[in-house]
Design a protein around this ligand. Structure first.
Ligand SMILES: [Zn+2]
Length: 145
């Protein structure tokens, strides 16, 4: 399959997806580190950098400043929902606790189309794209975490 064909197939699939799903859900720092993950359905933050303690005061010359160590954490509203693909593989997109209660099979298809598009935009190999493109969402299994 040519690159143009794959692109067209993914874009066709994406064209059926409501706009609310077609958003950036990962923010990165200038160094390309993940800074925040938002719910793939509503955009609420579900993971990001958080202080791991109250920090300590450090002196730099005559200046004093509080240094607070940060770490990437899943927030309390982080959930993963689980779909089964037609080949038996799982697809587990992250969403917020509220959206996890109302996810449908159709949402899974939208989320998966966005996932394919993101893979394409991030320059995933053609082999991986063709391989994943063949999959269809078959069943919704519920909230995993
Ligand atoms: Zn949500």
């Amino acid at each position: 399959m040519a690159d143009v064909e794959i692109r067209k197939l993914i874009e066709d699939r994406l064209s059926k997806v409501p706009k609310k799903f077609q958003k950036q859900y990962v923010s990165r720092t200038r160094r390309r580190e993940v800074e925040e993950i938002r719910c793939r359905m509503c955009g609420t933050p579900i993971a990001g950098m958080m202080p791991i303690d109250t920090g300590r005061v450090e002196k730099e010359g005559s200046e004093k400043m509080r240094v607070i160590p940060m770490a990437f954490r899943m927030f309390g509203n982080y959930r993963q929902v689980q779909f089964r693909m037609d080949d038996g593989a799982f697809y587990e997109p992250p969403v917020c606790a509220d959206c996890a209660k109302k996810v449908t099979l159709e949402d899974g298809e939208y989320l998966f189309a966005c996932h394919l598009n993101e893979m394409m935009l991030s320059g995933a190999s053609k082999i991986r794209l063709v391989d994943q493109f063949g999959y269809q969402i078959k069943e919704y299994l519920g909230v995993k975490k």
